[in-house]
Design a protein around this ligand. Structure first.
Ligand code: CU
Length: 349
């Protein structure tokens, strides 16, 4: 049995870009709440000049953090998260300052890419979320994780000494009935692992797509999508029949700024959306650019979801000798260093 509060881990002493105080990451298990509480800081969050577009902001030093490593402490399933940003006095800061946060899982491969798993990603508008206890992402103690953050500080002032608190909900190993194993799936219309996923958008209506064939059969339980401004939709279709299997339409302001992307659940207890190994699927992103000009590398389109493989043992293995995987790891190592970075390609998978 775990003690109620088990102080674990680890002082990953990595320097912040704008401050010399090292950021430390502390992992604590709250077994009564079934939460793993990851606290990191202090962060020095540079103010974004007024009116600056986020795309320009990304070229500034201190916008993206490096990857901070930690270990998952328990046996069981990851099933949800809550994020808080606190000031030096422990008072809540606006959630919008956290432009996006990504958790990387170094011990498992993605289903469709030779790249390490992105366990979760949360954007500026992402509310705290969890899935039913009947499903979860299988995790083992000592799993190597890391997280990185991009800031968007529009308060007009630099923030010193901020603390980030992630509450990662889990289901314990002895949960009965046993949750269905569901793993993150990522489908991007234009990803080159290690080199980003943004693309140009010509004036008018245009689409970009990517075909894939899953190595394991299974069920897609839920999907969400991501588009930039002027994005219309991202959908998944069966290549052979042309049938649209899942369609996510963006909500917009009248001038085309994306305000919301829907999430779809295909029945967490039901059949889900069946994907068959070896069969061809296509993810398609559509844009409608009213500016009359080419938008240079201004777009992204992807679908993310939870995929329940028929046999988790057949999940493709990490191949550390694979150059593509090495590109992914090198890219992660390079996070937070403005110089070597793929500017404009914010990496919220
Ligand atoms: Cu994006």
């Amino acid at each position: 049995m775990l003690p109620t509060t088990l102080l674990m881990l680890l002082a990953a002493a990595l320097p912040t870009t704008a401050d010399t105080t090292p950021v430390t990451t502390v992992v604590r298990v709250d077994s009564s709440k079934k939460e793993i509480v990851v606290t990191a800081g202090p962060f020095h969050i540079v103010a974004m000049p007024p009116g600056m577009a986020h795309e320009l902001m990304e070229m500034m030093d201190g916008h993206d953090t490096p990857v901070y490593r930690f270990e998952w402490p328990t046996d069981g399933w990851f099933r949800g998260f809550g994020l808080e940003l606190l000031d030096a006095a422990g008072k809540p800061l606006p959630r919008r300052i956290l432009h996006h946060l990504i958790i990387v899982h170094y011990d498992r491969r993605q289903l469709l890419y030779s790249a390490v798993e992105r366990l979760m990603g949360a954007g500026q508008e992402t509310a705290d979320a969890s899935v039913p206890k009947s499903i979860g992402v299988p995790m083992t103690p000592g799993s190597h994780l890391g997280f990185y953050v991009a800031w968007s500080n529009e308060t007009g002032k630099d923030i010193e000494g901020a603390q980030l608190r992630m509450r990662l909900e889990y289901s314990p190993k002895n949960l009965n009935p046993r949750p269905v194993n569901a793993l993150p799936i990522y489908m991007d219309v234009n990803l080159t692992v290690g080199a980003g996923n943004t693309f140009d958008v010509p004036p008018g209506i245009s689409t970009k797509s990517w075909e894939f064939s899953p190595p394991v059969s299974g069920r897609l339980l839920a999907v969400g999508g991501h588009l930039h401004d002027y994005g219309v939709s991202v959908h998944l279709e069966d290549v052979e029949t042309g049938k649209v299997m899942a369609d996510l339409e963006a909500e917009h302001t009248p001038d085309g700024k994306v305000t919301n992307m829907p999430r779809k659940l295909f029945g967490v207890t039901g059949a889900g959306l069946r994907l068959k190994a070896g069969k061809r699927y296509r993810v398609v992103g559509q844009y409608n650019n009213p500016t009359g000009e080419l938008i240079k590398r201004g777009a992204m389109a992807h679908m993310v979801g939870l995929f329940a493989p028929d046999d988790v043992a057949k999940w493709p293995k990490l191949d550390l000798s694979d150059p593509t995987l090495q590109d992914d790891l090198a890219d992660l190592d390079n996070m937070g260093h403005a110089s070597g970075h793929d500017h404009g390609a914010h990496k919220h998978q």
